[in-house]
Design a protein around this ligand. Structure first.
Ligand code: FES
Ligand SMILES: [Fe+2]
Length: 347
């Protein structure tokens, strides 16, 4: 049984990572080379020359074509070989797979599965990341752990109290119960934790300037497999959204993760923090960038350890789950179902 669904959109990179240099990244076990055409369109091709497997990412761009750095096989943006050395006839089978890619919300998304099924309308959105009404900091940390461990981690934020104490964790995160809703049809999982009277962690006191206790809402929206959104609302205690739905007295932070398997045992952990306040304040950006990266690295350290534990254990280990795990268990069920659906199609 494969461990990830191929017929899904995954974030391959930030748009800023891909340009006129050839860029290599492995997604779902497939080595891929990315670049932009002269008009700026992103391209994704299998990173292995059809001739003797030389990585195309170690080769050269000639206009919109890649010229293999070993013997010069030349590929167009569709992966079709258009020239080979020493003969005019290009073998009909000389082509490398090309992958559908689309740029949206500052990410470059890639489709690894059956290209005929790549419907861009199904890509979940994170509009804040490319919205001038928000200021965003972002990064990507490599994780030496299977993506399921990151999904588990993000679906249960009670770990903030213990793993991220002094950064984003306060006692109230672990002690406040959650509510979980599962939209079976649209395959979205919602986990909410609303803290009415909570300590303000440094992450929010230093960025918002709020002093004293706060109302802190965490509303998770997970679109399996790849996109995880945490809508975070911070306000002085007792300050609620207005009746018309507007919320001018609160601070809003949209925390976005894209969870992209690199291999069965490693993951690209993309993170972004978009805020609707202090938009021009570079000091706040720098603080949130550094602080959030530290928090992500705390998770990376823990999950890298967990991966070793899980990889070494005998089959059949029985975990114990409690209420905080409801969202994580729903996520596992959806991910398993997505993989099973693909197996049925193939059978
Ligand atoms: S390996 Fe690419 S041309 Fe020979
Ligand atoms: Fe964490």
């Amino acid at each position: 049984m494969p461990t990830f669904a191929r017929n899904q959109w995954y974030v391959a990179a930030y748009g800023r990572e891909i340009g006129r240099e050839l860029f290599a990244r492995t997604i779902l076990g497939e080595p891929i080379v990315f670049y932009r055409t002269e008009t700026g369109e992103p391209v994704a091709l299998a990173d292995r020359c059809v001739h003797r497997r030389f990585p195309l990412s170690e080769s050269n761009l000639d206009g919109d074509r890649i010229v293999c750095g070993y013997h010069g096989f030349t590929y167009d943006t569709t992966g079709t070989c258009v020239a080979v050395p020493g003969q005019n006839r290009v073998p009909r089978t000389a082509r490398v797979p090309s992958y559908p890619v689309i740029e949206q919300d500052s990410f470059v998304w890639v489709w690894i599965g059956d290209p005929a099924r790549a419907d861009t309308a199904r890509i979940p959105r994170a509009p804040w990341l490319a919205d001038s009404g928000y200021a965003t900091v972002s990064g990507m940390e490599p994780l030496a752990a299977r993506y399921e461990l990151l999904v588990d981690n993000l679906m249960d934020l009670s770990h903030e109290t213990y793993l991220h104490g002094g950064y984003i964790g306060t006692p109230e995160v672990a002690s406040t119960p959650i509510t979980t809703e599962v939209d079976e049809e649209r395959e979205i999982i919602y986990v909410s934790r609303h803290m009415d009277d909570a300590e303000c962690p440094a992450f929010y006191s230093k960025s918002t300037g709020l002093e004293g206790r706060i109302t802190r809402w965490q509303d998770i929206e997970y679109h399996p497999p790849c996109l995880y959104l945490l809508h975070s609302r911070i306000a002085p205690v007792g300050v609620l959204p207005r009746e018309d739905g507007s919320d001018p007295d609160a601070f809003h932070v949209e925390v976005v993760y894209a969870i992209t398997p690199e291999t069965e045992h490693s993951t690209h952990d993309f993170w972004a923090v978009a805020r609707d306040f202090a938009l021009k304040d570079e000091g706040v950006s720098e603080f949130l960038r550094e602080n959030n990266r530290t928090v992500v690295l705390q998770d990376v350290t823990a999950l890298d350890i967990l991966e070793k534990v899980v990889a070494a254990e005998a089959d059949g280990y029985q975990e114990l789950s409690i209420n905080i795990d409801t969202g994580g268990l729903a996520a596992r069920r959806f991910l398993k179902r997505m993989i099973e659906r693909e197996q049925e199609v193939r059978a």
